[in-house]
Design a protein around this ligand. Structure first.
Ligand code: GLU
Length: 548
């Protein structure tokens, strides 16, 4: 963080002659909105750094700032692919075990971004070679999710359509003496392997291997096929790793037609080669897999694609595990794949997060080597820029309690539906002395300001209602008396509303009568409460909370 602040301070001095702590703070917060809540704590740090920078003698400063261009930030952000020669071919290769979540969005967006940028091709490859981890509905759900993200798919490839291709290349490796059928039980193999000792199956001759391979394919033999790598490789997991295994669980798509399935480190390089993939973008967690896959390229004498490993994106505070979600749905713990507590794209969409915001944040995160923490605050800040311009404003009173206001004349309050959009028109609130307010620690004999209306003094707090009295109109009086501003809506015409919070909590309340005009899927802002997406309009309107 200090490095970032230093750089901003240097640029600020470069631009204005002297760096200004408040300006530096403003720039820092606009680039890192997740620190907004900590602005007070950061300011002294910034002041210290700014003072240091301002005290650097002119010639020393010139030297220091030589490599800092005022435009450098922009350049850094431009994403490029290395070694682009002819047509760029990229692929996004999720496992169809459920719909996509925010973690998948990174690979999907980056591949799409580069495919569009270089006029290349984008392949969606559904990696369904583990029958136990396939969900039939996921094939369609993934396509819908990509469509929503505005990712343009040029070709769809499904690995379970290609098992015969994998068999053909597997058999070739056996014939080349580069792969062998291994019947050892996995624990025994692991023990030998960890000591760097080959198992008894490694030296079997090719004919015998081919016979056993046929038996595997017929379902007569439960064994694995291993690739001959380096039995003394410094990473034990790379020593003769398996490339095929027997799995008799019926496949949700191809049924029980096949019992032998390739493992990822075999099917992936075969497909990447055959489909002409030029650049493989994947996380650093795949580095060992890449190393394994390179053996396949070497044995077949194939050109390797460019492998790009980006840092891990740590996503906290949300449930992403597909199997955990699926179990939860079956048990009734989650309402479905779009339950607002989840990190699936459909849950975020339901909450009112725009696909464009997700696309933008993934481009911003980019393909840096360093691990990064995913900032929900950043996503919300980007999303807010998109929805703030369009969201109509309404009053919402949660946990409502009746209030009778005495001694006040009836009036009609006209408020804009959007502060900057005159064309959205106005909404009207009829005040006739009977209102609802948020039942939130309202005390007797205290002054309050009814938002956009006038000041009142509370006389009595009863179980079912509050009795208050008109005091004055002037906002200054409210301020002088430190009166809390409270929300209110007229009792007549109030609309029953439920807001589903991201935590799963439901806030029940009432919205003003003009809220009636909103449409399903519209994003609105309940003033001082937050943005919400209208999920369902029945006799009770259900909204999903977006963010503040
Ligand atoms: N299906 C694999 C995954 O989602 C593919 C990864 C890759 O090869 O980039 O982890």
């Amino acid at each position: 963080m200090e490095e970032v602040i230093r750089e901003i301070a240097i640029k600020n001095r470069l631009r204005y002659g002297q760096a200004n702590p408040k300006k530096v703070l403003g720039i820092f917060l606009s680039e890192n909105p997740e620190y907004k809540k900590k602005a007070k704590e950061i300011l002294p740090k910034i002041e210290k750094i700014v003072e240091e920078i301002n005290n650097i003698p002119e010639d020393e400063f010139k030297e220091l700032s030589k490599n800092i261009s005022l435009e450098s930030k922009k350049k850094e952000r431009e994403l490029i692919l290395p070694n682009v020669k002819d047509k760029v071919v990229l692929r996004f290769a999720p496992n169809p075990s459920g719909p996509l979540h925010i973690g998948h969005a990174r690979a999907a967006v980056l591949n799409d971004y580069f495919a569009k940028k270089y006029n290349g091709k984008f392949i969606l490859r559904l990696e369904d070679t583990d029958p136990k981890r396939v969900l039939k509905e996921a094939y369609e759900m993934i396509k819908e999710d990509l469509d929503w993200l505005n990712v343009k798919v040029d070709e769809v490839v499904i690995q379970s359509d290609r098992l015969d291709i994998y068999y053909k290349y597997g058999e070739e490796l056996i014939k080349m003496g580069k792969a062998y059928v291994c019947e050892c039980n996995p624990e025994d193999f692991r023990e030998l392997r960890n000591k760097g000792i080959p198992c008894k199956c490694r030296d079997r001759d090719i004919e015998e291997n081919l016979e056993l391979w046929k038996k595997m394919l017929n379902g007569e033999l439960k064994a694995v096929v291993r690739l001959k790598t380096d039995i003394k490789h410094k990473n034990p997991s790379i020593r003769d790793f398996p490339i095929f295994r027997v799995e008799k669980t019926p496949h949700p798509r191809v049924g029980d037609k096949y019992v032998v399935y390739p493992l990822m480190n075999f099917s992936v390089p075969i497909d990447d080669h055959l489909l002409g993939v030029t650049h493989v973008l994947r996380g650093k967690d795949h580095i060992v897999n890449t190393e394994k896959q390179k053996y396949i390229y070497k044995y077949f004498n194939w050109n390797m694609p460019e492998f790009i490993h980006y840092g891990i994106l740590k996503i906290e505070d949300t449930v992403l595990s597909t199997s955990q979600i699926y179990e939860g749905i079956k048990k009734g713990l989650y309402s479905g794949w779009d339950d607002v507590r989840l990190g699936t794209l459909r849950a975020l969409r339901r909450r009112g997060i725009r696909a464009e915001a997700i696309y933008k944040i993934m481009i911003k995160i980019g393909i840096k080597q360093a691990d990064v923490r995913f900032s929900w605050e950043n996503l919300y800040a980007i999303n807010k820029e998109l929805i703030d311009k369009e969201a109509k404003r309404y009053f919402f009173v949660w946990n409502p309690k009746k209030m009778i206001v005495k001694d006040a004349e009836e009036r009609v309050i006209k408020l804009r539906k959007h502060p900057d959009r005159e064309d959205f028109g106005v909404r009207e609130l009829f005040f006739n002395g009977k209102i609802y307010v948020v039942n939130d620690e309202i005390e007797e004999n205290k002054m309050y300001r009814l938002m956009e209306l006038f000041n009142i003094v509370v006389e009595k707090v009863e179980d079912d209602k509050i009795i208050a009295k008109y005091h004055s109109d002037d906002f200054k009086i409210a301020r002088k008396n430190k009166a809390k501003i409270i929300h209110w809506i007229p009792i007549d015409g109030a609309i029953k509303t439920k807001v589903l919070m991201p935590s799963g909590e439901i806030k029940e309340g009432l919205a003003e009568k003009d809220f009636n005009e909103v449409k399903e899927d519209e994003i609105i802002q309940f003033e001082r409460f937050g943005f919400c997406r209208v999920d369902k309009k029945d006799n009770i309107v259900v909204c999903c909370y977006t963010h503040r």
